[in-house]
Design a protein around this ligand. Structure first.
Ligand code: PMV
Length: 337
């Protein structure tokens, strides 16, 4: 029977993937470093059978039929596996996330990593972790970092075969937490694909590219040495650097002329400023942000409750706020169930 179920966690980048040298197969402009998030898991079942007329994709715990666009994206990825196995059977795919779609987690990272592992296992292909990471990357760049367990580094490479993620340290290496503050559940307005395509519009792009290799060295060493202060300062500066590129990526691709892309909302900025105050009050917490308004607060595990408390007090400053908090510890890699 050609059927398998796999799970994978989304990941949070401390050094960001922002900008590509190949948009078709997702070759990044620079390397990146991330941690898998226990609070953001995708579970996916893939079954291939002659009995199915065409690929079908169902999402969520209530198995809703997926949109034609998402189904096409899944089919395109399954085609690569069918070609590898030389077995051209239609598939039925059921996939569900443990987290809300619009919460600011890269659902394509956990989703494409779980689809990759379930698909190849269902087809009886025996791939190494590196090969799985390469395959996942070709579907969604950041998905390659959800294959290894714990902390991962994506070596940028310069070809399909040389661009993949490998484990930097296992999940139990370091007890740090991500307290994700979801300030809005609205549908994301600007895709990360557009952001990746516009980086060269930024006046600061060359400067960012030049700075990343040193930052990768610093963040890698800080993780391996469990040096929280160095780690925190780098990851926060890095997130702001990525957003500075976005905010200065002028374009006409959005309706009308835009001087740049703003992924932040007013609440995002309020949290950024609050974190600076919490640190001056002695709380060890730093922040990072992906291509959306969710603020990810990183702290040592023993300070998690104080961070959650600080966020709740800030939320209650205004009656109209409806934030959600999703707490994650370092999680395992993509695996079959
Ligand atoms: O994998 P994509 O195309 O959604 O790009 C992810 C981009 C960021 O989340 C902003 C950064 C990263 O390294 O994950």
């Amino acid at each position: 029977m050609y059927k398998s179920t796999a799970a994978a966690y989304s990941n949070l980048a401390f050094v960001k993937y922002w900008g590509k040298i190949d948009h078709e197969i997702n070759l990044p402009a620079n390397g990146s470093i991330s941690m898998n998030l226990s609070g953001a898991k995708t579970t996916t079942t893939v079954e291939f059978s002659r009995d199915f007329a065409a690929d079908e994709v169902f999402t969520g715990s209530d198995a809703q039929a997926a949109s034609p666009a998402f189904t096409a994206r899944v089919s395109k990825h399954l085609d690569k596996m069918r070609q590898m196995a030389n077995l051209y059977l239609p598939a039925r795919v059921a996939t569900a996330n443990s987290f809300p779609m619009s919460a600011g987690f890269a659902s394509s990272a956990s989703g494409m990593a779980a689809l990759t592992v379930a698909g190849v296992t269902a087809l009886g292909l025996d791939l190494s972790e590196r090969e799985l990471s390469i395959l996942a990357r070709s579907a969604s760049g950041s998905a390659c970092r959800s294959i290894p367990a714990g902390f991962a580094e994506w070596k940028a490479g310069n070809s399909h075969e040389t661009s993949y993620a490998a484990q930097l340290a296992p999940p139990e290496h370091w007890a740090i937490m991500d307290v994700a503050v979801v300030v809005s559940h609205a549908e994301k307005r600007i895709s990360s694909s557009l952001g990746h395509r516009l980086v060269e519009q930024s006046l600061f792009w060359d400067a960012r590219l030049e700075s990343v290799p040193k930052r990768l060295d610093t963040v890698r060493a800080a993780i391996l040495n469990r040096d929280f202060e160095t780690f925190g300062r780098e990851l926060e500066t890095e997130a702001i650097s990525m957003h500075a590129i976005a905010m200065t990526s002028s374009n006409t691709e959005l309706k009308g002329w835009h001087s740049g892309i703003y992924y932040w909302l007013p609440d995002t900025l309020e949290l950024i400023m609050a974190v600076q105050n919490w640190r001056s009050d002695g709380l060890p917490v730093y922040l990072t942000l992906d291509a959306g308004p969710t603020v990810h607060l990183i702290c040592p595990a023993e300070h998690r409750d104080s961070v959650v408390q600080a966020v709740k007090s800030l939320e209650q400053n205004r009656a109209d706020r409806q934030w959600s908090i999703i707490v994650s510890e370092p999680a395992g890699g993509a695996h079959t169930i």
